[in-house]
Design a protein around this ligand. Structure first.
Ligand code: FES
Ligand code: FES
Length: 159
């Protein structure tokens, strides 16, 4: 059923007429043209489609656009501020923590959520938190290094 859905997307108020049962993933990619959010499995298994709902990493293929009405959603397009990359984005580039890059938006947003909840994660905690996000290219070691480095930068360089 078509309905008017209002929410905050990447710090902008959004209001659109849409079938509230459509998945957030496909509304982002088609109606809103934000293709940084990737379609992998469509079944909640790969987490390539991860976005932030409030500060929580959420597979966008598994929730409807109707369910985010009134919420704050962040996609990879919304992470850089004032033309400056987020420390996680900079660290992924520095450590070359990707190959094809298909998993990268979801990885970065999952890591963002982790560091928001736990600014000083251990390596084991990072590995456990990132476990649901699949990377077919085997960039895992560099991904963990990038997250550790970004965490340190976000803490102001303190270990
Ligand atoms: S595309 Fe959503 S979990 Fe794989
Ligand atoms: S970099 Fe290719 S799937 Fe992760």
């Amino acid at each position: 059923m078509m309905e008017r859905i209002q929410f905050v997307l990447n710090d902008e108020n959004i209001s659109l007429e849409v079938d509230g049962e459509r998945s957030l993933l496909w509304v982002l990619r088609t109606e809103l043209g934000l293709t940084g959010t990737k379609f992998g499995c469509g079944e909640g298994v790969c987490c390539a489609c991860t976005v932030l709902v409030e500060e929580e990493a959420t597979p966008s293929c598994q929730i409807t656009i109707g369910s985010v009405a009134g919420s704050r959603v962040t996609t990879i397009e919304g992470l850089a501020k004032n033309g400056r990359l987020h420390p996680l984005q900079k660290a992924f580039i520095k450590f070359d923590a990707l190959q094809c890059g298909f998993c990268t938006p979801g990885m970065i947003l999952r890591a963002y959520s982790l560091l928001a909840a736990n600014p000083r994660p251990t390596r084991d905690q990072i590995i456990a938190e990132m476990d649901d996000n699949l990377c077919r290219c085997g960039a895992h070691v560099r991904i963990v290094q990038a997250i550790e480095t970004a965490a340190a930068e976000l803490r102001g360089g303190r270990s």
